[in-house]
Design a protein around this ligand. Structure first.
Ligand SMILES: Nc1ncnc2c1ncn2[C@@H]1O[C@H](COP(=O)(O)OP(=O)(O)OP(=O)(O)O)[C@@H](O)[C@H]1O
Length: 296
């Protein structure tokens, strides 16, 4: 059962179509990255599923049900940086968050511990590093132990150390079984933490699925032999090979699915082509993303 399922969700701001018929499922336990360039509709999408915005058409379900207050209480959201009081301690700020969210104060010690802030809980917020401030924001989201976390650009504005702290925290939360939906334009970050992605461009869903699948659709082989012309011709006849091009001293062969390098080697040997080089290359999510977002 997906924790969130979107069916044909569309949203327009006046003449601007911010989302067009977006459909995808978020599997339970996944770290699901909603990716897209600026203005692609990520925040609009998260706004709709958190009930801040209304879709013009389409539907979505939470835990397989039409979302009511009961389902929403199972969701912790961080859509923008919360307004913490600079002169109050982390602990006192969380007491205020607990009151606003109607969550128990008894949960504060637990969320401080998860977010690595126990030792500094009584220090004023203004003395925290950027990473600590964002971890406190995440601690506030965790009050009441929601099963699903929805985070908009959780590492935005952080320095590399802060990004690493928040990334580790997200991973640890996922390890405890939480489903985490996060919007980001930082592809490298998403590739490091996400198990699944949906890629948006100008409000259209370009693709969604498990990160491994999205990337492996773009695996390719780099080959070379004494006669690269013959190698290229043989590869073009290989089942599943969609393109083979000579690129300098190598032949780049692209496939419809991840190629089996050993099978390719055996096939070429049968044809009397002895390889000098055979490398399975994996494109990064970033490269895949740049290619597909430039296509449309
Ligand atoms: N309240 C609004 N009124 C009019 N247009 C809006 C409004 N909110 C967003 N938009 C437009 O809708 C489109 C999608 O915006 P949205 O903020 O959802 O994208 P995003 O992917 O989150 O972008 P970013 O990465 O810059 O935050 C953009 O063209 C944006 O300018």
């Amino acid at each position: 059962m997906p924790v969130l399922s979107l069916q044909n969700v569309s949203k327009r701001y006046g003449a601007l179509q911010a989302l067009s018929g977006v459909t995808f499922d978020v599997p339970r336990g996944s770290i699901f990255g909603v990716l897209g360039p600026n203005g692609s509709g990520k925040t609009t999408l998260l706004g709709i599923v958190t009930d801040v915005l209304k879709a013009d058409s389409g539907t979505y379900t939470l835990f397989d049900r039409t979302a009511t207050a009961a389902e929403r209480r199972q969701i912790g959201t961080l859509l923008e940086t919360p307004n913490f009081y600079h002169y109050l301690s982390g602990y006192k700020n969380l007491r205020i968050s607990a009151a606003v969210k109607q969550r128990s104060e008894a949960d504060i010690a637990r969320v401080l511990e998860i977010c690595g802030l126990t030792a500094r809980q009584h220090s004023a917020f203004k003395t925290y590093s950027l990473g600590m401030k964002q971890r406190l924001a995440l601690a506030a989201v965790l009050l009441g132990d929601p099963e699903v976390l929805i985070l908009d650009e959780p590492t935005n504005g952080l320095d590399p150390a802060g990004i690493a702290e928040v990334r580790d925290l997200i991973r640890r939360l996922a390890d405890t079984g939480k489903t985490i939906i996060l919007a980001s334009h930082l592809l490298d970050e998403v590739e490091k933490v996400c198990t699944h992605v949906a890629i948006l461009k100008t409000g259209q869903l370009l693709l969604s699925g498990a990160v491994n699948e999205v990337i492996s659709r773009n695996d390719y082989l780099e080959l070379s032999a004494a006669d690269n012309g013959a190698l290229k011709a043989a590869m073009l006849q290989y089942p599943g090979c969609t393109s083979a091009e000579i690129n300098g001293a190598t032949v780049i062969a692209i496939f419809s699915a991840t190629p089996d390098a050993a099978a390719v080697n055996a096939y070429l040997a049968e044809k009397g082509i002895w390889l000098q080089q055979l490398l399975l290359r994996k494109k990064s999510l970033e490269k895949t993303f740049l290619e597909i977002t430039n296509v449309l």
